[in-house]
Design a binder for this molecule. Structure first.
Ligand code: SAM
Length: 292
């Protein structure tokens, strides 16, 4: 029997009313839970920030490896249950809050001090609709996470793991791979959850790089070029990059300037954003920057 079929046959109702709004698809497949905990590489010197612990199935497994764990859960109905479940473990702290609103820097600083650990990482089986904002918040936080291990919709995982310059990419591919290398931990089909979501999932580990793979003159402008390039991904670069002017009132990049920059980089103006490698995007953003 396949792993997902096995877990489906073992599913039993807990009486809990799952909130669709909060993306409450709880993991029931213990193999996947184990894969995430092991794949996160958490060890005794690691504080794990767990996003959305639900009923604590992953929390429990993570504590076989991690030195300490702070779980942030938004649903107030789950807080008493979680606090009771982990009452005997003084290395687990349950925080009631919204991960998108919380002061992460303070959470990490106080957690590291309280639990006397040197490393911190993030693990979560997130509601799918907050995957991108969470990843962006974590990447832009400036906090030195070891890694981020998260479950996401399979199509999003495919996009994050795609090689820049190939078809399946989006602006987020470049954003993530500029800061991290990406490893796939496992797939999790819909039957690994209760209730089963409408889509299949995968777990990725984003490992923070010590140095970015390219060094554009202006990091901010590099990301603006990527954003503009993908705003209308079917358009050619010559047309899509005109969207740069909508990202900052001080920009006035006419087609002539974009054309000149493309020429300097030896990039055909009919190419589309998705065909550019990270290096090409970096060179092109520098060349457009010089046209200011
Ligand atoms: N980790 C559990 C598991 O694997 O069974 C639950 C995963 S469930 C997909 C997502 C969890 O995130 C839910 O418990 C939900 O209430 C919580 N959640 C949703 N939005 C959140 C937010 N903005 N901040 C913190 N937790 C959130």
């Amino acid at each position: 029997m396949k792993r997902a079929e096995l877990s489906k046959s073992k599913k039993k109702s807990t009486g809990f009313q799952h909130s669709k709004k909060l993306g409450q698809n709880f993991l029931t497949d213990h193999g996947v839970v184990e894969d995430i905990a092991i794949g996160s590489l958490a060890d005794e010197d690691t504080l794990v920030i767990e996003i959305g612990p639900g009923q604590g199935v992953l929390t429990d497994e993570l504590m076989n490896y991690a030195g300490a764990l702070i779980a942030v859960e938004l649903d107030d109905r789950l807080i008493p249950y979680l606090r009771t479940r982990f009452a005997l473990n003084d290395r687990v702290e349950i925080v009631h809050g919204d991960i998108l609103e919380i002061d992460l820097e303070e959470l990490v600083r106080s957690g590291k001090e309280k639990f006397n650990v040197s490393k911190v990482q993030v693990v979560g089986n997130l509601p799918y609709y907050i995957t991108t904002p969470i990843i962006m918040k974590l990447l832009e936080s400036g906090i030195s996470f070891e890694n981020i291990t998260i479950m996401m919709q399979k199509e999003v995982a495919d996009r994050l793991i795609a090689e820049p310059g190939t078809k399946n990419t989006g602006a987020i591919t470049y954003g993530v791979q500029y800061r991290c290398t990406v490893d796939k931990i496992c797939d999790a089909d819909r039957n690994c959850f209760d209730p089963a979501p409408k889509v299949d999932s995968a777990v990725l580990r984003l490992n923070f790089r010590k140095e970015p793979p390219v060094t554009p003159v202006s990091e901010k402008f590099f990301f603006q070029c990527i954003k503009a390039g993908f705003m209308m991904r079917r358009k050619t670069l010559l047309n899509s990059l005109a969207a740069l002017n909508s990202l900052d009132a001080s920009y006035h990049f006419g087609k002539d300037k974009i054309q000149q920059a493309l020429k300097e980089c030896g990039i055909d103006s009919k190419r589309r954003a998705e065909s550019l490698t990270m290096e090409e995007f970096s060179e092109l953003s520098d060349a457009i920057w010089r046209q200011r």
